[in-house]
Design a protein around this ligand. Sequence first.
Ligand code: DAH
Length: 340
Amino acid sequence: MRATLERIHRDALAALEAARSEAEVEQLRIRFLGRKGELTEAVRGLRDVPKSDRPAVGAFLNDVKDDVERRIDSALGALRAAARDRQIAGERVDVTLPGRHHIPGHLHLISQTLDEMVDIFVGLGFSVAQGPDIEDDYHNFTALNVPADHPARDMQDTLFVGEEFLLRTHTSPVQIRVMEQCKPPLRVIAPGACYRHDDDVTHSPMFHQVEGFMVDRHVTFGDLKGVLTLALRRIFGDDTPLRFRASFFPFTEPSAEVDIGCVMCGGRASGCRVCKGTGWLEILGSGMIDPNVFEAVGYDPEAFSGFAFGLAVERVAMLKHQISDIRLFFANDIRFLRQF
Ligand code: DAH
């Protein structure tokens, strides 16, 4: 009996040594300690042991059982701990890995330029007004002193919306809408989209303008010059050369276009291709508001005077960043947009 128990003990230890998984160890528990297990059978076999030997053999059997039980438990514990360690190692966050890269978006260059221009005029005390993109003929033309058969309508290739309406060709109609609603003194800018039947490297069917005007009892051409000089220098830099040049617009009298020294060649006498050899680039239209415009909105042209101006946002952005094709702004090529 003792020899049998010693063999079972050795078998159990060898089998445990070889067991590689929790399931295998559980199988061994059944094989040795289960209801029909080898050691359980041995307990039953005690009956056949002579009575005098029974206490000693029984004690030995208990020692073997206890030992096998303890070793099974510790083998299970070790396997579970190893499994937990493997799991934790698999879940560990490697803080040295490079982070996931998110490219933050930003405002479109035209929005940035528009915001910058609006900020400058707001800083000079102008407030911001908006008007509809779909205008009527009256506000876009007639009230701005451009009657129905006036040749000045040819200057602006109008896109019509049905019989009565059109896509505004400039932001000047907002002047009319504001003056219809409000009494002077006024200092207002009107930024927004405009539309023309036009499409080449410097013209887009949709583009943006900032319109501005000031009306009070004694507004002079000097005020116009002062405000525009300051604003253009803020936009293009303090040393930018400026030139006011006589021009014509139906809604202003007298009218002036303003040129800045060429941003490409620095306005040197011989000029370059961008300024077509003149050293100057046209940047905005302006003038003293025509008395006919005041009459259209019910202002007394004898009592009030004012100046107005309009400039294209795309042109400002193109000159500031030396962009040669206006269509790049709207092609939505991320490689272009990302640069600004
Ligand atoms: N509306 C003109 C255009 O789109 C720009 C302009 C010129 C606006 C003179 C003005 C102005 O207010 O006084 O070409």
